[in-house]
Design a protein around this ligand. Structure first.
Ligand code: SF4
Ligand code: SF4
Length: 358
């Protein structure tokens, strides 16, 4: 038996979705049919946990819309994962990523029964969210129900042009709603996004700055945005001369296939949940064949040599290889914004870090 270090397993339950967002990185939609056979999911999850080196694991059920896979199937996977983790003394976290529209009481009961930590897609208040995704009011009503039942959840927002335009107001709105744990993801080169819709480096930088200022202003009561929060933490570590811990995505060769992997609806494994990565390479029939798939995937990829001398390297995520296919030009706006943000943090934080730790 070959041990692995894949501490995070995404289970892509189905390609079906009740929505058809143009920027969906999973290219899911109502017309898609692929669905994972539940017995394959159970077997794969069991094997993943039994061969895991280490005692912490995260299982994330995603899609498409996982609710369309069926609550019984979700229940089966939770049961087998919890049982196997218990047998092996593994500290298991179960997550689920949903657009929230189809949530009902049965689903909320399932979340509570298995202590699932859900994440829901919401791109801002309804007038912002609805431009690209729709169903904003319904999603908000669901999130209020979850709050009333004391279910803790995270929000995942796509950085649409509309959200970027109103980022300060949107953060205040999230705060007033009590949605304090969010992640704002750049749209990247997802399949159905037009090039003309890409945000400029200045806009991307201004979004980071607005998020940073919001978190500084409200401190404990702020909306905590994960990406900027992580960049600030890494900046402080780098400035204090500590080793910056890079994880999963945030290294020149990301953690796809080493720290994380995805079980696809057809029962095969992929290096990462990002489906735009698919294209033959990076796919394996079983977990123990992933290292080889990773080698093949990286064989002809160019590395970004100029990054090694870039000061912003410490806070950079180097762009997702799935989104950017290692084409530097596709990441240049994010790269420029990262460098601007680094300079901004030097001006904002370095003086006080020098005083307290110099
Ligand atoms: S900011 Fe740009 S140049 Fe610097 S490390 Fe990131 S991708 Fe490389
Ligand atoms: S950088 Fe992209 S491909 Fe790599 S682990 Fe992160 S999301 Fe996956």
């Amino acid at each position: 038996m070959i041990k692995h270090r894949i501490a995070t397993l995404f289970v892509s339950t189905t390609d079906r979705c009740n929505l058809a967002c143009r920027y969906c990185s999973a290219a899911a939609g109502p017309a898609r049919k692929a669905a994972l056979a539940p017995e394959i999911a159970e077997r794969a999850v069991c094997q993943w946990l039994s061969d895991l080196e280490g005692n912490r694991a995260t299982l994330v059920m995603t899609g498409g819309e996982p609710i369309l896979w069926g609550l019984e199937n979700l229940e089966r996977v939770c049961r087998v994962a919890t049982t196997e983790a218990g047998r092996r003394s593994i500290d298991l976290t179960i997550g689920i990523q949903s657009n929230g529209v189809l949530v009902d009481d049965d689903f909320i009961n399932l979340l509570q029964r298995w202590r699932i930590e859900p994440g829901f897609s919401l791109d801002g208040p309804a007038h912002v969210h609805d431009v690209r995704r729709g169903n904003g009011a319904a999603t908000l009503a669901v999130l209020k129900r979850l709050q009333a039942r004391a279910v803790r959840f995270a929000i995942v927002s796509c950085l649409t042009p509309e959200l970027a335009n109103e980022i300060e107001d949107a953060l205040e709105w999230f705060r007033r709603q009590g949605f304090l744990k969010i992640r704002v993801n750049p749209i990247g080169e997802a399949t159905r996004v037009r090039r003309s819709e890409r945000l400029s480096p200045d806009t991307l930088f201004n979004v980071k700055k607005a998020i940073y200022e919001h978190m500084q202003r409200h401190q404990e009561g702020a909306v905590h945005e994960r990406n900027v929060g992580r960049q600030v933490k890494k900046f402080d570590q780098a400035f204090r001369g500590r080793t910056v811990v890079k994880e999963h995505c945030e290294q020149l060769k990301c953690g796809a296939g080493v720290h994380l992997a995805c079980l696809d609806p057809d029962g095969s494994f992929n290096l990462c949940v990002e489906k735009s990565m698919r294209g033959g390479l990076g796919r394996a029939a079983s977990l123990d064949r992933l290292p080889r798939a990773r080698q093949e995937f990286w064989r002809n990829k160019k590395r970004w040599s100029h990054c090694s001398s870039c000061p912003a390297n410490a806070i950079c995520d180097h762009g997702c290889v799935a989104y950017h296919k290692m084409d530097f030009c596709k990441f240049e706006h994010e790269c420029a914004a990262n460098r601007m943000f680094w300079k901004y943090l030097v001006a904002e934080r370095a003086p006080s870090l020098t005083r307290t730790h110099g």
